[in-house]
Design a protein around this ligand. Structure first.
Ligand code: HEM
Ligand code: HEM
Length: 194
């Protein structure tokens, strides 16, 4: 399928890079930052880490919206079918075919052979980020109501594990395909690609 698609446009690559950096920053910083409902007793560094989380989170939310619009631009007739293939029969069949093929062969597949699986995982990553960005932005808007903010924070936390699993798989596969000489990292992160 990707042989027929043009290289990712500059806006797509830029928003993807901003989102990638911001998501990693959010995961690391959130380990040590202070929670707004427990600022008493928190150090200045922990409060600064929260403020960085807040602003990087809003930047990530904006980058996510630009990335999603760019993806609709890149795959105008098939964005949902590509990233959420499990929603329709043909997509589920293609996915099952790739997984069966993977189970049969012992050699690691090329990116082309697992295109549906990769897009499925990317779609799940986008849903995870939408959840984190949505609950995070809601907390930012409700900062005056600490009780409600705390409740939304308890929901927001549920996104952390899926985000870690997603990044592990998505980055891991990107590194493996790059090591195999398929040039995916260059294609996605090069500033002058098209
Ligand atoms: C796409 C954007 C965002 C991502 C990827 C993200 C990611 C995360 C992660 C991974 C955690 C740690 C959860 C845990 O392990 O306990 C967290 C916690 C938190 N985030 Fe975000 N975040 C985002 C946006 C925001 C925004 C805009 C705010 C603004 C207020 C925010 C406020 C918080 C708070 C208060 C917590 C602590 C929640 C708790 O412990 O109950 N986040 N975030
Ligand atoms: C949570 C953050 C991330 C999200 C939501 C995300 C999402 C996506 C999406 C939707 C695509 C498909 C783009 C297209 O078809 O045009 C993609 C491709 C790609 N991403 Fe990410 N990504 C994230 C983080 C990262 C990170 C940290 C890396 C670093 C290695 C990375 C490396 C790549 C590569 C190499 C591709 C090209 C894969 C291909 O063409 O099959 N991504 N990403």
């Amino acid at each position: 399928m990707s042989e027929l698609t043009p290289p990712p446009a500059r806006l797509l690559r830029f928003s993807h890079a901003v989102l990638a950096i911001a998501a990693i920053h959010q995961l690391i910083g959130s380990e040590w930052m202070a929670k707004p409902w427990r600022f008493d007793g928190a150090s200045a560094l922990q409060i600064t880490l929260f403020e960085m989380h807040e602003w990087a989170g809003l930047a990530a939310a904006a980058a996510l919206l630009v990335l999603i619009v760019s993806l609709f631009w890149r795959y105008p007739d098939a964005t949902f079918a590509r990233f959420l293939p499990w929603l329709h029969t043909a997509g589920r069949k293609a996915l099952a075919g790739e997984v069966a093929q993977l189970a049969r062969t012992l050699r690691p597949p090329s990116a082309q052979q697992t295109a549906v699986l990769a897009a499925t995982v990317q779609g799940l990553g986008l849903l995870t980020l939408l959840f984190l960005a949505g609950t995070g932005t809601a907390m930012w808007l409700l900062e005056d109501d600490l009780e409600l903010m705390h409740q939304i924070g308890s929901l927001h936390e549920y996104g952390a594990l899926p985000l870690k699993v997603y990044l592990f798989g998505h980055v891991g596969m990107a590194l493996i395909h790059t090591w195999r000489g398929e040039g995916l990292l260059r294609k996605m992160f090069s500033p002058s690609n098209g």
